[in-house]
Design a protein around this ligand. Sequence first.
Ligand SMILES: Cc1cc2nc3c(=O)[nH]c(=O)nc-3n(C[C@H](O)[C@H](O)[C@H](O)COP(=O)(O)OP(=O)(O)OC[C@H]3O[C@@H](n4cnc5c(N)ncnc54)[C@H](O)[C@@H]3O)c2cc1C
Length: 181
Amino acid sequence: MPLSQDAYDAALDHYTRRVLGLGPVRVLGSECGVIPMTDARFARQSAPSVFRIGVAGGATRPATGYTFAAVQRQADAIARLLRAGRRPVPPPAHSVRARAMDAVLLRALATGRVDGADFFHRLFTRVPPARLLRFLDGRTRLHEDLAVGLRTPVLPMLRTAAELPWLPRRPHTRTHPGVRR
Ligand SMILES: Cc1cc2nc3c(=O)[nH]c(=O)nc-3n(C[C@H](O)[C@H](O)[C@H](O)COP(=O)(O)OP(=O)(O)OC[C@H]3O[C@@H](n4cnc5c(N)ncnc54)[C@H](O)[C@@H]3O)c2cc1C
């Protein structure tokens, strides 16, 4: 649920002044929006000739908000498919493993087993930046994912991973016959 404008302003003021100790700052621009923090699957086609990319096409990693790089991969894939004379249904934007890890983190946050601020603070202070950025974009290998996983609160994350397959999923409706999810 989004906070009020005053709450965002207060948080930014706290971060720039108290945490970073920047002194007086001038705001040159601002952005706002809501990141879909869900492990639901997004339709990649909504009508016979309508194909979705970006947030609407599931390109946003729900645990991190990273989207830009996946949109570029989706656009590349569409261009290749069109050039090959095939239907341009974009492939899934993120691997099954990346989506599974996101689902675990979302559940851990939702149950309160993991504190979001502490979780990301650990990652950013304990994982080398280049590896972390690739991890956030879903481009790390399995052994790197395991190494990053060791920098998280391991027991709550393992407990959440173990229970996730047994949780019922809420049903979703199809938007068009033959739509690919
Ligand atoms: C505050 C914030 C910061 C972010 N920072 C990053 C970042 O640093 N890196 C990153 O990778 N990602 C970031 N993201 C994720 C970001 O949402 C995407 O990277 C990017 O905006 C996705 O572009 P998009 O075109 O898919 O969706 P959007 O930018 O949401 O564009 C969708 C557009 O479609 C319009 N629209 C919606 N429904 C309809 C309709 N029915 N008919 C017509 N128009 C419609 C909307 O009004 C909107 O203009 C951030 C998100 C937020 C909220």
